[in-house]
Design a protein around this ligand. Sequence first.
Ligand SMILES: *Cc1c(COP(=O)(O)O)cnc(C)c1O
Length: 503
Amino acid sequence: MSPLVSTRDEQSSTSFIEAMLNPSAARGGLYTFKSLPTFTLKDIESFTKLSYAKLCEDIFTRLNLNLSAPVLEAALRTYEHFDNPLNPAPFLPFSENLFMLNLFSGPTRAFKDMALQPFGVLLSHFAKERKKPYLVLAATSGDTGPATLESLANKDYIKVVCLYPHGGTSDVQRLQMTTQSAHNCKVFGIEGNFDDAQSTLKHLLASKSFLQNLDAQGMALSAANSVNIGRIVFQIVYHIWAYVSLVKSQHIQCGEKLSIVVPSGNFGNILGAFFAKKMGLPLARLVVAANVNNVLSEFINTGMYDITSRQLIKSKSPAMDILKSSNVERVLYALFGDKRTYELLSAFAKEGKYTLTSAELALLQEDFCALDCSDEQCLQSIVEAFRAGFVLDSHSAIGYYVAKTLQAKGSIDKSIFLATAEWSKFAPSVQEALIKAHILPNMRAMESKEVDKAAIEAICNMAHIELPKRIYGLFSKPEVQKEVLPIAQVEPRIIEWLTESKR
Ligand SMILES: *Cc1c(COP(=O)(O)O)cnc(C)c1O
């Protein structure tokens, strides 16, 4: 049986490997699980005896992904390059009732590594097996791009094109892409924001002319964004791991309810938690933590997804500066079915909004709740955490803010918030917070690249922590990929690069 179907037409189904290689599903939908297997509390108890890799293998077997053991094992060996090879997602107790899950201990220091490191091995393996070279597109709000490049650089049968919003990322994020010198990788800044980058990617995935052009070059097309179900499956595992780790360390009892707070943008991270909950993980609430682009928290709280009167705002948490959040679609399908999903998303394409019925909203709120956080509240939370001995980045700080605020209101009880990036990727925001609180002295204005470097040095000095070597090393690398394109030029320029790079 094929386990994956289009969110907009469940008659159209495919295998996991096929969906990973070709993520564009029927009627403009996304591939997702038609139904999910479930596990019991007894199973969860047995999970406490497994390593991270074995837990992943167990979950993937239940999901019926049909990956052969040696291939999956090779993919999971990428976790050996994380800070602690045996625990790629360690938790920290923040207080008696609040924990933090560190998802940034991989090579590019953001949670995207959790899925993209093993995903890259799978993708390259199946491309090679088919003797078919793949072009892998990545549209990024800042962290998917670096993680995709890191995972796929120099891989056989793979070429990567990465699109990022020019001026819409932190300097460190940009340097992680523009200093990439692997021959099979191409990076373009685009004149637009992340929504434009993701729309361009979706357009290319469905563009007949583009596909014909690739075909003429003997190539096929895939994508590294969380539209690809191959990302999402790896993102289920660490939510289960977090719960099991808290059981193992006796912070919770097996079966006790836990809420998970997720700084959200494209909804791929929290979707992993949603699937884990549907499989039987005892989660109380899935909490969407949003920034000022609070379209997601408005949706969860009112049932109305409406971008008609919104302009994307540049916030201190740029990886969450998104209005068109792709993975909400997979939740709509799971709760309301393919016909309703098609109806709602057709309305969205036409009118820029859709509204759930009150019965549908009630169903959504059984699983989710949400709160947003302003830049000011984010910076204050960085300071508060810093005083307690934790250096948080400006995305993780939103998770912290939302968790403590909802706990104080009594809306959620025992919780874990997800730390999605190392502070070093967003050092100027951390520095600004600490300057406002008079913890760090004010700095004089500097050249852009120097700002991040100086901020990292100042924070390390003050907090007596070591320079974060994977990030700090970027400042001495040459920027070899500096092309910026208007959106209309993206398609022809990619074709041109493919032709050039063949010679
Ligand atoms: C990608 C990202 C997010 C948002 O995750 P989604 O899966 O898109 O919701 C949050 N924080 C950081 C640091 C990220 O890189």
